[in-house]
Ligand binder design. Structure first.
Ligand SMILES: Cc1cc2nc3c(=O)[nH]c(=O)nc-3n(C[C@H](O)[C@H](O)[C@H](O)COP(=O)(O)OP(=O)(O)OC[C@H]3O[C@@H](n4cnc5c(N)ncnc54)[C@H](O)[C@@H]3O)c2cc1C
Length: 397
């Protein structure tokens, strides 16, 4: 006779909730253990409360980690069509804004409510205020230590996310649990995070927002170029184009490379056209001081830095189009939306999220060494991996 497995899901976030629903659908008896008083807290903050839950755009270049192809493999095994079907099944109708998918309700709270109702209908037990301290295997079963009690499970799904954006990120204890089970941990770094820049404060740019393009270089080699709104902060640069290059920038810095940036502060025209325009403009406004000739073209606060005492139109054009900065680091995990690094994906099967080292253990979501671009890529990976883990862990033999 087939046996229904007892599956324990550690972490009641996006990935853990999806995993629990799919494991229960497969016939398992499912319990979620969540350390916080309420589950799904991070999900509620996503997309400024609107929950950008997936993206229909290209997957190439959208994920980082030692093995970014792992994310693409996961999304080949549980593709976007299946994900949208799942959302619709649980009541979440999605809407695309240039490929960025949101619930039609525009409410993260409603996404969490739909996940909760689906889990409840399948008799998933959700135990909150329970922090898992350790997991070990004995006699083919898992012993889950929560300090005051030890739960016994046939199968375990680790979906503990990351410490990114927490006020006191501290040590990521679940990674130590994975390490104790034999998994390799790739060092954690912030991702989707503002970058810090040498001498930024001295330039007085803080608070300036400009439509522009950022180019990031590691030891002189271009690795990221993206246009959009750039935001200058007290000690660096921010905005989606910067966020999306931050993971690679911090990996390169950690590898000892010199990371530099170039901001194009006026990307509206081809560079040769811009130089001609600036020459004509400088002649036309020649009765003004050099700095005043740029007034009305770029934000005032950028003008002293881009002119830097130069009077010629060519020199100003060059600094406006290639404004140089040296990247020194980031605003840290507390200011990051996600973390890079985590459990090495080499040791996980992307078809089932099963550990290749510990039978019966599945690992999914942001605790893995994968981080995605802005636009719904992180939740998409968390939901898809959760679905695969749940199906595999819940399947009776
Ligand atoms: C402000 C903000 C906005 C974001 N917006 C978006 C967006 O719009 N689109 C997008 O794709 N991504 C977004 N992200 C990223 C996205 O939220 C995460 O990548 C995603 O939530 C990861 O899901 P997860 O289930 O792996 O982890 P989480 O959602 O973090 O869930 C992990 C859960 O595990 C619990 N846990 C941890 N340790 C233990 C333990 N020892 N015992 C028991 N429970 C434990 C945690 O309390 C948590 O509830 C955003 C992130 C932030 C911070």
């Amino acid at each position: 006779m087939n046996k229904a497995y007892s599956v324990y899901v550690i972490g009641g976030g996006a990935s853990g909730l999806a995993a629990a629903i799919f494991a229960a659908r497969a016939g398992a008896s499912v319990t979620i253990l969540e350390k916080e008083k309420k589950y799904g807290k991070k999900l509620l903050r996503t997309g400024n409360g609107r929950c950008n839950l997936a993206n229909l755009g290209p997957l190439d270049g959208a994920y980082h980690g030692r093995h970014p192809e792992f994310a693409r493999e996961v999304l080949a095994h549980f593709d976007r069509e299946r994900l949208l079907t799942f959302f619709e099944e649980i009541g979440v109708h999605t809407r695309s804004y240039d490929g960025w998918l949101y619930p039609a309700s525009e409410s993260a709270e409603s996404v969490l409510a739909c996940l909760s109702m689906a889990a409840e209908a399948l008799n998933v037990r959700i135990r909150t205020n329970i922090c898992v301290k350790g997991i070990r295997k004995s006699g083919g079963r898992f012993l889950i230590d929560v300090g005051t009690y030890v739960y016994t499970a046939d199968r375990v799904i680790l979906a503990t996310g990351s410490n990114a954006s927490l006020v006191n990120p501290g040590e990521n204890e679940p990674l130590l649990i994975a390490a104790a089970l034999g998994h390799r941990i790739i060092p954690i770094h912030p991702a989707l995070v503002p970058l810090t820049v040498k001498d930024a404060a001295a330039r007085g740019f803080a608070g300036v927002r400009v439509r522009g393009t950022i180019r990031l270089y590691a030891d002189g080699k271009l690795f990221h170029e993206e246009s959009g709104q750039l935001q200058f902060t007290e000690n660096g640069i921010s905005g989606i184009p910067v966020f999306n290059g931050s993971s690679e920038a911090l990996t390169a810095l950690a590898d000892g490379q010199r990371v530099t940036a170039e901001a194009d502060l006026f990307p509206d025209m081809p560079e040769d056209v811009f130089i001609s325009y600036l020459k004509e403009r400088f002649e036309r406004l020649s009765d003004r001081k050099p700095e005043a000739r740029l007034k009305g073209l770029i934000p005032d606060r950028l003008i002293p830095a881009v002119t830097a005492g130069e009077e010629s139109a060519e020199a100003c054009a060059r600094r406006i189009r290639h404004f140089p900065m040296e990247i020194t680091g980031s605003r840290g995990l507390a200011n990051a939306q996600v973390s890079g690094g985590g459990i090495d994906t080499d040791e996980i099967d992307p078809a089932s999220m099963a550990s290749r080292l510990v039978e019966g253990l599945y690992i999914t979501g942001e605790c893995l060494d994968i981080d995605g671009a802005c636009g719904g890529y992180n939740l998409m990976f968390a939901f898809a991996g959760g679905a695969l883990a749940g199906m595999a862990a819940g399947e009776a033999t």
